[in-house]
Design a protein around this ligand. Structure first.
Ligand SMILES: Nc1ncnc2c1ncn2[C@@H]1O[C@H](COP(=O)(O)OP(=O)(O)OP(=O)(O)O)[C@@H](O)[C@H]1O
Ligand SMILES: [Zn+2]
Length: 624
């Protein structure tokens, strides 16, 4: 099981921690803090991976980055800056997506521990799964504003990330907001957190001479461009109260010139639809009869209605800006003027990018859920990640805790003893087996007969899945193919999912028999090291026969409810595994994730089948 065995004292745990090689996924808010902590803890080796580049908006909390690093790879800069804190620690930095196939199970196995410092469910779930498969302990963390959480995950010992289904948390990177929006919320966040503060808020960044600190030509160009855009908006802001054509100038800049510039960025639109520029004169003419609009907030406005609302809200807000003595205005979803501005400007941007528009009422709900990231919360959570990691190295299961942080007068930290894995969890309730094969010689039919039926004792009701269904009793098209023909090989770490059913007669208590599902088997195909044994069999079986256990009976709903409240006392505060981010929208989406309802029985017949090479596929009958 775990690489760590037997309970040890703190000193020994620290020594083991310091001898280990760890993986840090994410070099953002928590990641930068954690990298610093790992270096100061003197671990032997760190691999840090992040797919992104540094954005100006990261600098207020990601302290390994400075202005001249903008646009450079986060992982690389984090490594270079942090290395000076402790030159004895070896750091490898990789700019890549952790979901890339090269970061497979055997790659994960080189680490003694993995730390997640991510900002999205998708990547978190992926790392959770790989750590379970590779049997590496994972320290998972996240923050949202003042809330934070650290969870320790060890296969078979604790709950995994998916044991308690999460509400969907939607996280929006700033580059998406500024350059490549693809959803209505991206436009709403842009209107609320970028456009509004630049025009009416307290915009401190305007005067900074960022072009002076560029290191190379490409950076210099990009920073000059950013500075030029910021200065342009600052100029327009200054003219708001004096220039009668201020609205037209703002519109031209935001919806024409800036969009045209974005369209011209090389490579940006290869896989996306480029935005369209909006025509001021055309819209102005169409909206002329809507000079003072007070429109229904429940209805989706037309393009010209949005134009008219934007114009009117800018006039109203300019007037207020003139009258107020403070630095600027701030957005309030209950302030009609600011809400009109955000709704109309977001809808116009959405139109430009070919995105669905919304009513002002709907936009108000979405705009209200944005929570800023707090550097202190990240720092505290990153510290807790290390203390929890040390407990894992102590191998003291009784001391293992999930820690929650909240802004509460009575108690900021709350520790919760880790729970046992949820037996109904579809992610971690699996059996793992490795099988060396000669994939060029092993036929699928022999794999099914000798390995699944004879060795693993699966009944006839067994299915083999490699992304799609490749075998079940009613789908034998691939039987004469070798594993190599089906793209299965040990060289690329193919993991097959084997689902089985068993007929159970209820010990004769009732006449009816029922089919019971086995827990999934994740069968990892390995290479046979270039040689076969004397009998020339193209696979090498493990020494003992493994009987794959049956899945437990699904919980009745009353039991499910009880379990849920017993084990998750603080979930009312932490329903969403929070994510450190400048901008986060938490939106509950109706989905299949119903806490503790028992995972549904896999519906083999509903799985998509791999297209067959023969014409007979369509005529094969399905199970249902
Ligand atoms: N699949 C992934 N592979 C590698 N790194 C990832 C992946 N998904 C997210 N990340 C990284 O995780 C980090 C999370 O950090 P954080 O929550 O502070 O977000 P951020 O992008 O720095 O902030 P913002 O979104 O507000 O600009 C980011 O640097 C992001 O690039
Ligand atoms: Zn689980």
């Amino acid at each position: 099981m775990s690489k760590i065995s037997n309970k040890v004292g703190f000193g020994e745990a620290l020594r083991r921690f310091q001898e280990s090689k760890v993986l840090l996924v994410g070099a953002g808010g928590i990641g930068c803090e954690l990298l610093k902590n790992l270096l100061m803890s003197n671990v032997r080796e760190i691999c840090i991976i992040d797919l992104d580049t540094i954005d100006l908006s990261n600098l207020n909390r990601q302290f390994l980055f400075r202005k001249h690093h903008v646009k450079q790879a986060k992982a690389i800069v984090a490594m270079k800056t942090a290395q000076s804190f402790n030159p004895n620690v070896k750091i490898e930095a990789i700019q890549a997506n952790i979901k890339e196939p090269r970061f497979n199970i055997s790659w994960f196995r080189q680490f003694g521990m993995v730390f997640n410092a991510l900002d999205n469910l998708d990547a978190r779930r992926h790392v959770n799964k790989l750590c379970l498969l590779a049997n590496i302990p994972l320290v998972e963390s996240g923050t949202t504003g003042f809330l934070g959480q650290v969870q320790v995950i060890a296969h078979g010992k604790t709950e995994c990330y998916d044991c308690n289904p999460k509400q969907q948390a939607k996280v929006y990177p700033v580059c998406t907001i500024r350059s490549t929006p693809s959803q209505p919320i991206h436009c709403i966040v842009w209107a609320k957190s970028y456009f509004f503060p630049q025009l009416f808020g307290d915009n401190e960044e305007n005067d900074e001479g960022i072009q002076n600190i560029a290191q190379n030509e490409a950076q210099k160009k990009e920073i000059e461009e950013l500075a030029r855009e910021t200065a342009e908006l600052a100029e327009l802001r200054n003219s708001l109260v004096t220039d009668s054509n201020a609205f037209e100038k703002i519109f031209e800049k935001i919806y024409h010139r800036d969009i045209a510039r974005l369209r011209a960025v090389p490579d940006m639109w290869t896989y996306r639809t480029a935005p369209t520029v909006l025509d001021l004169n055309e819209l102005g003419q169409k909206a002329v009869h809507l000079s003072s609009p007070w429109l229904d907030e429940q209805k989706i406005w037309t393009l010209e209605e949005n134009f008219a609302v934007l114009k009117s809200s800018i006039q109203r807000l300019s007037q207020r800006l003139k009258n107020c003595n403070s630095e600027g205005l701030s957005f309030d979803k209950d302030d009609k003027d600011t809400m009109d501005f955000v709704a109309a400007s977001a809808n116009l941007r959405a139109y430009s990018f070919g995105i669905e528009q919304h009513s002002e009422f709907d936009i108000k709900q979405m705009a209200g859920n944005i929570i800023p990231a707090i550097a202190t919360t990240n720092a505290v959570i990153a510290g807790l990640c290390v203390t929890q990691a040390l407990k894992v190295y102590q191998n003291d299961n009784d001391e293992l805790k999930n820690v929650f942080m909240a802004k509460r007068a009575d108690r900021v930290f709350h520790g919760e003893k880790v729970c046992k894995p949820n037996p109904y969890c579809a992610t971690c309730s699996f059996k793992h087996m490795q099988l060396p094969v000669d994939h060029y010689r092993l036929l699928l039919k022999d794999f099914v007969k000798y390995i699944l039926h004879d060795f693993l004792r699966y009944s006839e009701e067994v299915s083999v899945i490699k992304e799609d269904l490749i075998y079940d009793v009613d789908f034998e098209d691939n039987c004469e193919s070798t594993l190599a023909d089906l793209g299965i090989s040990g060289n690329n770490n193919t993991v097959l999912t084997i689902l089985g059913e068993e007929e159970r007669s209820d010990n004769g208590k009732t006449a009816d028999s029922q089919n019971v599902t086995r827990i999934p088997l994740l069968l990892e195909v390995l290479p046979m090291d270039g040689h076969t044994d004397a009998s020339n069999i193209p696979y090498r079986l493990p020494s003992e026969t493994t009987v794959i256990p049956l899945k437990p009976e699904p919980l009745r709903s009353s039991e499910a409810g009880k379990e849920s409240t017993d084990t998750k006392g603080v979930d009312d505060i932490f329903e969403v595994m929070p994510s450190e981010n400048e901008i986060i929208d938490i939106e509950v989406i109706d989905g299949e994730d119903v806490p503790n309802s028992g995972s549904p029985k896999p519906r083999v017949s509903s799985l998509k089948r791999k297209p067959s090479t023969t014409d007979e596929t369509d005529t094969k009958k399905s199970k249902n």
